[in-house]
Design a binder for this molecule. Structure first.
Ligand code: SAM
Length: 261
């Protein structure tokens, strides 16, 4: 009797909250809930925070408060880097990786730390940002929710100092479109594109595509987020033609491209 009553009460509470625009569910720690537009599903996940190397590095970087990325998206980056280490670390004199859209530097710190923890000693990380936020010239019609000056609360000098523990880091201040020529002679084992905008994402994809080792990955952040429609447009245009890449839309919001052949 009590059970029937409490089930009815839960049902009433759900209907009331739903009418007010909320969804209520029984929160179970460690479960991953699929957005209801994709169907209903809840699965208990392995706790990636307990994984050696990844767990402590991600926790350190998140605690520093200098990245917008959280465990889920950092984990995709971590996996791309472990593949880069396995496949390319012994194959080249020097490895080159890149992050376009560095902001306060947390993502670059994470990439550097992981490479170091994986024993990769010969890797340069090339980090690109205006360090003044989005430039007016870059915000286009496709970038509905983006505004000139967004992410301007960072400074080149401060990021440079923050990344000092990693002497093989190169920081490029200015629009990627105007800076990328400086690294045009390198082959890359990994690129993380996190600029939230159409044109620079497109330019970066076209820049890195021919300069990537076969088997290497590009991760494009924000592809699946409604706030970055320009990023989706850039990736979709890039993937519309045969381009030597296989691509995956991950439910972390990232788009993963792997070069084949
Ligand atoms: C979402 S933030 C990057 C977040 C960062 N990866 C993190 O880990 O928190 C986007 C960055 O892209 C940068 N950006 C936008 N347009 C750019 C361009 N044309 N060239 C280089 N950086 C650009 C912005 O200045 C901003 O810092």
């Amino acid at each position: 009797m009590t059970n029937v009553l409490s089930r009815k009460m839960v049902g009433v509470a759900r209907r009331v909250t739903h009418k007010s625009g909320y969804v209520s569910f029984r929160a179970k720690p460690g479960y991953h809930y699929v957005p209801d537009v994709y169907g209903r599903s809840a699965h208990k996940h392995l706790d990636i925070r307990t994984l050696p190397v990844f767990g402590e590095t991600a926790a350190e970087v998140i605690a520093q408060g200098r990245t917008l990325l959280y465990y889920d998206r950092l984990y995709t980056i971590y996996q791309a880097l472990t593949n880069a280490q396995r496949n390319f670390a012994g194959a080249a004199d020097n490895l080159h990786a890149a992050e376009v859209g560095v902001y306060k530097g947390g993502g670059s710190y994470f990439i550097n730390s992981i490479l170091r923890s994986l024993g990769v000693e010969n890797a340069y990380l090339h980090c690109f940002d205006t360090f003044e936020g989005h430039a007016s010239a870059d915000v286009q019609t496709a970038d509905t929710f983006q505004r000139p000056g967004m992410f301007e609360d960072t400074q080149y000098e401060s990021v440079k100092q923050y990344l000092q523990p990693f002497p093989d880091t190169r920081l490029y201040k200015g629009r990627f479109q105007e800076q990328c020529a400086q690294v045009a002679d390198h082959k890359f084992c990994f690129a993380h594109l996190d600029v939230d905008l159409y044109e620079v994402t497109k330019v970066a994809l076209e820049f890195f595509a021919p300069r990537l080792f076969a088997g290497a990955a590009i991760i494009v952040d924000d592809y699946g987020f409604a706030t970055c429609l320009g990023v989706k447009q850039a990736v979709d245009e890039f993937m519309a033609e045969p381009n030597g890449f296989v691509g995956f839309h991950l439910l972390t919001g990232q788009f993963l491209l792997i070069k084949h052949g």
